[in-house]
Design a protein. Structure first.
Length: 318
């Protein structure tokens, strides 16, 4: 692994703007877009059919970190891979999971609610889990840790505040205006994700073989294990097909941007961003494979969506 080249990721700039800043802005815009798609009625399914949300939260907040710690125990990877995997595992579901759920014809309303609720809990859980991992795996005299209070505030500002702003705008603006803005905001969010991915890929292209060799298997296994757990658990709980697809994707797609921001912007440890960066590319392969699997082999299981979900959220269906 070329550690010097990895460290240069911290110095990547576009038009003079640092990559960490770009990632922070992108994350804020993406979460704001999630808020723009939410309204009070979107939370009604949680009350009427709470099992998908409870399963998703249970898996994301407990099973996922436990799976990451277990894989680290079994594979004994380098410390930067171990810590990067833990950071990734304790981050909430990524906003792109809502887009993937839409492509998979899953329950978008449940996906958005899970993204928001897991984000709220992660404000409190991330600093403790990350610091626990640093205490265990970081074999160095340097004092590297996340200040709990400061980290909670920063994660709140990155995850919860933009959602609140988006929801506030949706409440204040007329529906006709929201319906015009929302598709644009959704496309902008996806474009920001793709742009960030392209920037990173351009700068680390020559490192891809080394990244795959060092961290590819353990990163892939975390993604596959969690998607499989979500899918099988949803089937065991007899969730409908749309919620089954939603839960599998929501559990399998983590907020890699937040992971990168934590590694680069909060801890100033570019090596900790290796796993999240690699996960980004692996995630796209596995999720689109899952979407293809659902459409080809489980299309007959997809029944017309219930009327109470038909407008949640309608503009995302464009």
């Amino acid at each position: 692994m070329n550690t010097e080249l990895i460290s240069e990721i911290t110095q990547i700039t576009v038009f003079g703007i640092n990559l960490a800043v770009i990632g922070t802005v992108a994350l804020f815009v993406i979460m704001g877009t999630v808020g723009l798609t939410l309204k009070a009625s979107d939370f009604h399914p949680i009350l009427s059919t709470p099992k998908p949300v409870f399963l998703g939260l249970f898996a994301q907040l407990l099973i996922l970190p436990c799976a990451a710690f277990s894989l680290v125990y079994l594979f004994e990877p380098a410390q930067y891979i171990a810590i990067g995997l833990i950071i990734l595992s304790c981050c909430p579901g990524g906003a792109t999971s809502n887009f993937f759920t839409l492509l998979a014809k899953g329950n978008v309303a449940t996906s958005i609610c899970l993204t928001l609720l897991s984000g709220i809990v992660s404000v409190f859980s991330i600093p403790w889990i990350v610091n626990f991992a640093l205490d265990i795996y970081l074999q160095t005299d340097d004092s590297v840790f996340l200040p709990v209070g400061e980290s909670m505030l920063r994660i709140f500002l990155l995850i919860i505040l933009p959602v609140m702003i988006g929801m506030g705008l949706r409440h204040k603006l007329k529906d006709s205006v929201v319906h015009r803005i929302e598709p644009i905001a959704t496309k902008l969010s996806f474009a920001l994700v793709v742009m960030t991915m392209a920037i990173v890929l351009f700068h680390i292209w020559q490192l891809i073989p080394s990244l795959i060799k060092d961290a590819g298997l353990i990163t892939l296994l975390l993604n596959l294990i969690m998607m499989a757990f979500g899918f099988i658990a949803a089937l065991a709980l007899k969730l409908d097909e749309r919620n089954t697809r939603c839960v599998a994707i929501e559990i399998g797609v983590q907020n890699y941007l937040l992971s990168v921001v934590i590694a680069l912007g909060m801890l100033n440890q570019p090596l900790f961003a290796v796993v999240p960066l690699l996960y980004l590319f692996i995630m796209y392969i596995t999720v689109f494979s899952f979407i293809g699997f659902c459409r080809v082999f489980r299309g007959a299981h997809l029944h017309p969506i219930s009327p109470k979900y038909a407008t949640l959220p309608a503009v995302n269906e464009e």
